[in-house]
Structures are given as C-alpha cells and as structure tokens.
Design a protein around this ligand. Structure first.
Ligand SMILES: [Zn+2]
Ligand SMILES: [Zn+2]
Length: 190
C-alpha cells in the first residue's frame, strides 16, 4: 500500500484500501496482547491532505476480530475500531524543490498549523512515497483492547472446578471462602 505524494492534489486524496486477512493476521501475530485472531479481512478508508510541512493522513477501519473472553475463555467476536490522524513530514528536508513557493521558516509553519494539524501525531515518510503498511501495522496494534469479554456480566469460570458459570452453577460457591475474591467482588471488571 504505497501512495505517491504527488498523487495528492489540492483537494486531497481519499482511498478505500482492502486490508487482506493474511496481512492482518501477520500484524496480530506481533501483538503483545495475545489471543486476538482475524478471521476475515477489512477495509481501510484513508484520506491524505497536503499541509505546508507534509501530509495529513486520516485513517479509519473496523477490524472483525475474535478473541477468548478474559473470564470464561469462550471465543468472542469483537469489532475493533482503528482510527488515526497523522501528520507525516519528510524524513529529510528536500532542498532540491523546483517550486520555491514554500519558503516559510519552520516557526511560522508550525504556529500557523490548523487545529486538526495540532492534534495529529507526528510521523515521517521517506522520499516521494508514503508506505501505509507500517502505519496500519502500528495503528492496529495501538487499537487492540486489553482483552475481550463475552458480555459485561460474564460470570467466568469457577476457580475450583472450572465450570462455566454462565452455563450453570456448580455448587462450589457455598464452600468457597476466598478473601481475595471477597475483595474483587466489588470491583467492576471490564
Ligand atoms: Zn465470558
Ligand atoms: Zn465450581
């Protein structure tokens, strides 16, 4: 997924880019948060806007993932939204620009940045192209939730017999006196 910077015209450039399942699966393989799998591909909507110092990139995708519920280990389908706004600047200043219209000094360029630009994370691109792959890779990893739960009130597995307490009670509860659980009882997990 490479975009030529010169393709980005005055009004910007918007693309709809398929995110292939093998690509997403490979990205997830690097995730620190284990257990997330990608049964299907997705689509990235991405738009590029030239700024005085570089290119503003806004991306959006919804990833159809699955992961084991943190509490009961049942497989859960989760849709993970990936949203990003990046201000890409050239990795090295190019002194050989033919058009010399942008000769503002750096301070002026930065202070005149729009609100949107000020919000954007800064990143770099090299040469005349923007490679989206490493950007998407990083943003997917950033977007992953800590874990999945099958439902907010999932009761999890019995710590003593392993029974899935969503499906049936096991009878251990009456005998269980675990001070750690007594403390945890009042904390809302998410
Ligand atoms: Zn669960
Ligand atoms: Zn039990």
């Amino acid at each position: 997924m490479v975009v030529q910077v010169e393709q980005i015209r005055e009004g910007g450039l918007t693309l709809t880019q398929p995110l292939a399942q093998p690509f997403l699966a490979e990205v997830l393989a690097d995730a620190v948060r284990e257990g997330f799998r990608c049964p299907a591909g997705s689509v990235l909507k991405v738009s590029f806007l030239r700024t005085s110092g570089g290119v503003l990139v806004e991306g959006s995708a919804d990833l159809p993932l699955s992961a084991p519920c943190k509490r009961c280990a049942t497989d859960v389908a989760v849709t993970v939204p990936v949203r990003f706004l990046l201000n890409l600047v050239p990795a090295e200043p190019r002194r050989d620009r033919a058009d010399d219209e942008e000769t503002k000094d750096v301070a002026e360029t930065e202070s005149s940045g729009s609100f949107e630009l000020a919000q954007a994370d800064l990143d770099t691109y090299h040469g005349k192209t923007i490679d989206l792959d490493p950007i998407v890779r990083e943003q997917v990893l950033l977007a992953l939730p800590m874990h999945a739960v099958c439902r907010d009130d999932c009761r999890g597995l019995c710590g003593m017999c392993g029974q899935n307490l969503n499906e049936a009670a096991c009878g251990c509860e009456n005998r269980r006196v675990d001070p750690r659980l007594a403390v945890l009882k009042d904390i809302k997990l998410n």
